[in-house]
Design a protein around this ligand. Structure first.
Ligand SMILES: Nc1ncnc2c1ncn2[C@@H]1O[C@H](COP(=O)(O)OP(=O)(O)OP(=O)(O)O)[C@@H](O)[C@H]1O
Ligand SMILES: [Mg+2]
Length: 237
């Protein structure tokens, strides 16, 4: 089976500062991976490293078997690697419709398909990005990624700060994408139960290293690992 992503011994960070300290990771084509770990352990840095947005000191990144660690970010996106960043990058002064139009690429979802998938966005098509609720902005950020024909979708805490009813709606949307589209998805998520329900496989980072890897089912059953590395049932520090 081809791996969509294969990372070997990545040491990376910001300038001279090393955050990821020797990460190895394989994600099979059409796989789903929950990327877990407490605050500040390097989850965002790992996604940014896959996109080529950090300083790489050593190690390699393959995308469907081809080395991409020296490929510029915009070419990685054009080839089908898409990041929905933690801070939801949308164009605040453009309308929903315009935000989508500028993102559409050959082979990606059409604006019509997106409206069908996210009826909430269709209803807000003329509103500017900065007039949307947090949940609508997140849907728009995900929709923009889908319009760009991703083969691998990297979602960085997409439910963060959203009301429970919106979290449920987004979770349903992600599950539908997982089940109906041909796509590899990496989900960073603080809500461990949600992440494990969504993804087939899971890894946990701690201080820039992978400290756990297994299937989501295995991790669900492994309370020891959850307590050691995740903020599950732990006292608030
Ligand atoms: N632009 C940056 N320059 C320097 N250091 C950074 C930068 N961004 C993050 N860091 C540092 O890198 C480490 C990992 O941060 P990162 O954002 O990857 O963690 P995270 O696991 O995504 O955390 P969170 O769950 O809070 O989003 C932290 O120590 C952080 O302070
Ligand atoms: Mg983060």
């Amino acid at each position: 089976m081809t791996n969509a992503i294969s990372v070997k011994n990545i040491v990376a960070g910001y300038g001279p500062t090393i955050v990821l300290d020797g990460i190895a990771l394989d994600i099979p084509e059409n796989g789903t991976l929950a990327l877990l770990g407490r605050n500040g352990v390097g989850k965002t840095t790992l996604l940014c490293t896959l996109m080529g947005l950090t300083t790489r000191h050593s190690g390699s990144v393959e995308f469907f078997g081809k080395p991409i660690e020296d490929v510029p970010t915009h070419i990685r996106s054009r080839n089908g690697l898409a990041l929905v960043p933690q801070e939801r990058r949308i164009f605040p002064s453009l309308s929903v419709h315009e935000n989508l139009l500028v993102s559409v690429q050959k082979g990606g979802w059409s604006v019509e398909q997106i409206y069908e998938f996210f009826p909430g966005l269709a209803a807000r098509r003329s509103n500017a990005g900065n007039q949307l609720s947090g949940g609508e902005q997140q849907m728009l950020a995900v929709a923009r990624a889908l319009a760009g024909a991703p083969k691998v979708l990297l979602l960085d805490e997409p439910m963060e700060g959203l009301a429970p009813v919106i979290v449920d709606a987004l979770f349903d949307a992600f599950s539908k994408i997982r089940d109906e589209a041909t796509m590899t998805i990496v989900l960073v998520e603080q809500k461990v139960d949600l992440a494990l329900e969504f993804a087939h496989d899971a890894i946990i980072l701690d201080r820039g290293q992978v400290v756990y890897r297994g299937t989501s089912e295995e991790l669900k059953a492994d309370e020891e690992a959850q307590h050691a590395y995740l903020s599950v049932g732990a006292e608030i520090a």
